[in-house]
Design a protein around this ligand. Sequence first.
Ligand SMILES: [Zn+2]
Length: 1016
Amino acid sequence: MKNIYLICFILVYLPLNAQIQYFGQNKPRYKTFNFRVAQSPHFELYHYFENLKVATEVLQKAEKWHTKYEYLLRFSLKKTNPIILYNNVIDFQETRAVNSGIGEGTSGITESFKNRIIFPIQFTTKQTEHVLAHELVHAFQYQLFEQSDSLHSENLQSLPLFLVEGLAEYLSLDKNYFHTEIWLKDAVLYNNFPTIDALVEQESKYFPYRWGHAFWIFFAEKYGNHQIIPFLAEYSQNGAKKAFAKILHTDTEKFSEEWQKRISLKYGSLNKNKIPEGINLTEHSNKLGILYSPTLSPNGQYLAYIAAHHQSEQALYVSDAITGKVLNKFTQASLGKKVDAINFVETSGCWSPDNRKFALIVQSNGKNKLCIIDIQDKSKHLLSIAASDVIANPSWSPDGNELVFSGLNNGESDLFCYNFREKTCKNITNDSFSDTQPVWSVDGKSIIFVSDRASKSSERQQLTICQLNLSNEQIDIFPLLKSADNTQPQAFGEYIYFLSDFGDSRNIYRFKPKNMATTIEKLTKFDTGIIGTSPYAPVFSVAQKSGKIAYILFQNHQYDIYLTAIEDLEKNIISKNIATTIPLPPTSDITPLAHIITHGYYKTKFKLDYLGNSGIGINASRWGTGLGGGLIGLFSDMLGNNQISAIATLNGELQDFGAQIQYLNQKKPLQWGLSLARIPYRFSDYSKIVSYQNNPSLRNQYNILSNDSLIQSTSYLHRLYINQVGLFGTYPLSKSRRLEFGASFNWYHYSGTKYVDYYKNTSNNNQNIFIASKKPEKISTAELEELGYTPFSLKQIYLAYVGDNSVFGNTAPIKGHRYRLEFSQYFGNFAQNSLTLDYRKYFHWQPFTLATRAYYFGRFGATNDNNYNKLYPMFVGYPWYMHGYWGNALRKQTSTLQLNENYLRGTKMALANIEIRLPITAEKHQGFINFPAIKSDFNIFVDFGVAWAKKQAINSESLSLYPTTSNSAHPLMSIGSGIRLNFFNYIIVEPFVAFPIYDNKIRQAIGGINFLVPGW
Ligand SMILES: [Zn+2]
């Protein structure tokens, strides 16, 4: 099970993938940004904020953290480090600085080519600063490894993630962080404390961010911050064993023991969480994946939550809050084709006061929208909010007329109120503080929310509960539990309920706003706590009219939803402002200088990202044939809007020089590119003809005696050259749909060289002795044409509409659909048109998948019938179409004359395939056997196929490619079963047994293996 934690990416290799694929999902760019540049002593900030204050503040903070890290690590950035800042997470997901897709749960990236730190502004200043500080550690890590004489950036890759990410968490969060403490306590309580070896080997089990943070806290306490760099350097070069021995004078086992002892001593007296009575939805989290943002309907009847197995499969579940039974499920695909994603990690949805509708935050067309779902008739409606591109945590007013939510504009989050009747949206907290997680008071006269407006220093932006009175716009601030974050307010009766991370746990508290929070009551006594995968994840909901409570408890390494009632919770009065957690190290002692910051505009400048050897070989793509091996260079500008890749190869002589250069422009929603290539092929390599020469003048020339013979050896070398110009474009309509178009021009011509050598064969010892070589001769064009090597050209244009929202399982898609409609036209020597209609739909009933495909491919409109199938013959028996009609399988049948191969050829073909897929080996919980190295599926298939040609083609004598035996098409079928094996996600192999069926007879079983063909 993959977990969605808030993480950052460290990217080490970014392949330039300009090649458009047959299927696949898109990374749309909905907006075009006008970037500016701001410069400080150590950083270069790329941003598009009109308000330069945002850029200035981020740079000041970056310099402040630089000063701190310089002090702690005794190392400073020598190179100006680029930072690319986005207005919000949706714009960030459109970044071109990295090619891979960015999903929800990624809050920042630091990549290896240009060391760019890429991140968006978050809903609170505190979050934004943490992301910046965390990513900045990665920039230090990259520069440290680049600048060292003995280290290289490859050494950084050899470090386990817990050291790399853990250090970023340790330096950016300091020592006391409740989230990490909760994980440590849970490990002690449930006896699940990892050793160093386990942290290295089981990254998916021991989340590297929390455990890495804990590791470095212990490390620094025992050995000091000054040992961090020496330890990392030693570890990256010589491994764990040497690093622990040489730098720490211990070994991993002793270190693990000591670490565990220390933590056990600290938390040994804890007891397992006592859970108040109620319903426990543990089985749901076992079955559905991690559960997010539980939200109770106001009457307490329904519970809505999001479950995510992995990112592409999130769904909204509505369940009965009494029994826990799931009543409804809404997948992302079911919300309509305009919806790119559901947002759920740090936002919840909300119920209408009549308990009938649920408003969910989704991404559509490059911004957040509210998807309002009627739970009864299942109708859906997308509501656009013009006031802000990103919104979070909506709350429906008790009278049903308004929605309040948090929005983010120009680097500041504010609360917005949307009126359904007037269709207007108003900013109700228009100031520089961070405001989020709003809810309506029970009487609908005020808004209760979370803000950093209580904290005075900019160092630690403590979050606490505030209340905005809508009639006089006055804001009350409730300091509540100091030096802790007080968040996620809920209103019921006279009380405000909230979560606080006071005392390194996370529990539910309440207070009466009328008393201005003089008395605080604690309602739960968990030692771990109510927390999700991120401290900002909504994990707590109170039904405003019934007092029911839903919350997510982290325990025994799992996030489970519990349901109970407020009346069943014990209330313990605590005096407020009691002793706080241990103070932070004196980072504020290091006074940052007011750095000089300059502003300017962005100019495109290409810089080399990567230069090296690519794999060997030539690849075939839809643009014809391309070079796949040789020297490869990637260039791009800072923002990744323009990318150039170039490959050059030289195998043999100068004529064999091949090169391909590709340009890609991704600045605007329409992405386009251009490619130029010269590709040489050598064939008939030195094919030899040997002959005896009796020409007297020639014999005289080489002084051949009359008893000896003169042997002439003639070799030929032929070359085919393809010169190619391609233009391609793609216009993503959403993550799953796109328009594609392209044109390619290919010129094919040949050359030939004749090599002649002479040998003498002496009669006495019958030995061939080399005498001389003639100067290599160029073969004339006429001679080449005689051999059939006539130059030709191929020109093609095409247009396609492609959809793909499928989810890939072990070896093939298991959910969703894919389709491709393509029209293409060839000009020149092979003029003709073709049409492809390909539709696939996948039905998933855990653990089974029913896969279906309907396919049509037709060629028509040729000026000369010879042109059809001359270049790429149409053949319905290819293994990616049908089982049992290819290679040996076909040979067996044709040799017994059961099947005429021509039945499988034509100018048009159609297919229908049905397959049942069952996972056998897979990652844990996804198959019967936990064996992720070789994933496999067992399949049962039924294939139908037919190929036919138009009548005149059949009668034409010259067209031996088409059926000549009959005027009618022969439908073919095969049934059988097979196993697809996915070796290390590298190659897929499919052994199978099929029973071909044709001419109304089931034929003998045929075994075969399909290679390199992932399931359709
Ligand atoms: Zn990171």
